[in-house]
Design a protein around this ligand. Structure first.
Ligand code: SAM
Length: 271
C-alpha cells in the first residue's frame, strides 16, 4: 500500500481536519487492529471511514464481507481504485450517523475502524444502542484518553465508562503513538475492543436516565443527584437501601451491575 500522502497527492486531495482525517500507514499496526478483532473468515464487518482504504484492504483479506461507509465524496474514486481487487468490499458514500447499521447486515457483524475522533462517542452510541442488531464486537482506534475513560474500573467510572460497559466488556488492546498517523494528530491513540454481550433485560432508557442524573454533578452524593427524578428524598433513600447502595456514594464508585440493580428497583417508580 502506498503512503496515504502519495495516494492523496495523486488525486489532488488535501486531508480535512474537520472530518478527523488522520490516516494510519503502518502496515504492522493495521494488521494488529484486524488481528485484535479475532475475525472468522465467514464474518461480516462494518468499517467507518475507510479513508484511502488501508485498513479496508487488510479487513478484506480476513472477512467474507466488508461494508465501508465514507462521508468524504472526494475519496470515493480513490477507494474504488484501491479496493478493486476485493469484490466483497461494499463502499457506501454516507454519514454513518444517518444510516441504520442494522439495514446493512443480515447477521451479527463486527465493527472495525480507525474512527473520526470528533464523533467517537456518537458512533459508539449509534452502534451500541442500535435496534434490532448491535455489533457483536467493536475494535476501534480512538483517542488514548477516551480509551482510558471507556475502560475505566469501578472507582473511576464516568458516564462514558458506564455507557460502554453497559453493553459489554471493554479493554485496551494497545497504544499507538501519534507518529503512526499522517497527518500527525496532536494526541496519542489506543486500540480499544468491546465484546458486546447479550443483555440481561433492563429498561435501557431508565438505566441511562439514572446514570446521567447520577453523573450530572460529579462531586455530589448519588442521593442528591437522583433528586432530578423528582421523587421524595425518603423514597430515593428507601429504594437505594433496598439494593444495598449507600446514598452517600458518588456515581464513579458504582459498577454496571449496581446501576442495573438500581434501574430494576426504580423501574416501578418512574416511567
Ligand atoms: N480508515 C482510514 C485509516 O485508518 O487510515 C482513515 C481513518 S480517518 C481517522 C477517519 C475517516 O472517517 C476519514 O476517512 C473521514 O473522511 C471519515 N469520516 C468522517 N466523518 C464520517 C462520518 N460521519 N461518516 C463516515 N465517515 C466519516
Amino acid at each position: 500500500m502506498e503512503h496515504p500522502r502519495k495516494l492523496l497527492e495523486q488525486h489532488a486531495i488535501h486531508p480535512k481536519k474537520s472530518l478527523g482525517q488522520n490516516f494510519l500507514f503502518d502496515d504492522s499496526l493495521l494488521h494488529k487492529i484486524v488481528a485484535s478483532a479475532d475475525l472468522d473468515p465467514a464474518d461480516h464487518v462494518l468499517e467507518i471511514g475507510p479513508g484511502v482504504g488501508a485498513l479496508t484492504g487488510v479487513l478484506a483479506q480476513a472477512a467474507a464481507r466488508v461494508v465501508a461507509v465514507e462521508l468524504d465524496n472526494r475519496l470515493l474514486p480513490l477507494l474504488h481504485e484501491q479496493l478493486a481487487p476485493y469484490p466483497h468490499v461494499e463502499l457506501h458514500h454516507a454519514d454513518i450517523l444517518d444510516l441504520n447499521p442494522s439495514d446493512l447486515f443480515d447477521r451479527p457483524y463486527a465493527a472495525v475502524a480507525n474512527v473520526p475522533y470528533y464523533i467517537t462517542g456518537a458512533i459508539m452510541r449509534h452502534l451500541l444502542s442500535n435496534k434490532p442488531m448491535r455489533p457483536k464486537r467493536i475494535v476501534f482506534t480512538v483517542q488514548k484518553e477516551v480509551a482510558e475513560r471507556m475502560t475505566a474500573p469501578v472507582g473511576k467510572m464516568s458516564l462514558l465508562a458506564v455507557s460502554t460497559q453497559f453493553y459489554g466488556t471493554a479493554s485496551i488492546v494497545s497504544h499507538i503513538s501519534a507518529g503512526a498517523f499522517w497527518p500527525k494528530p496532536k494526541v496519542a491513540s489506543s486500540i480499544v475492543r468491546v465484546d458486546v454481550s447479550e443483555q440481561p433485560p433492563v429498561n435501557e432508557k431508565l438505566f441511562f436516565r439514572l446514570a446521567k442524573a447520577g453523573f450530572s454533578q460529579k462531586r455530589k452524593q448519588l442521593k442528591n443527584n437522583l433528586r432530578a427524578l423528582q421523587l421524595g428524598d425518603d423514597v430515593i433513600a428507601e429504594n437505594m437501601a433496598a439494593v444495598d447502595i449507600d446514598g452517600r456514594r458518588r456515581a464513579e464508585t458504582l459498577s454496571v451491575p449496581e446501576w442495573r440493580a438500581l434501574t430494576a428497583q426504580f423501574a416501578t417508580l418512574v416511567g
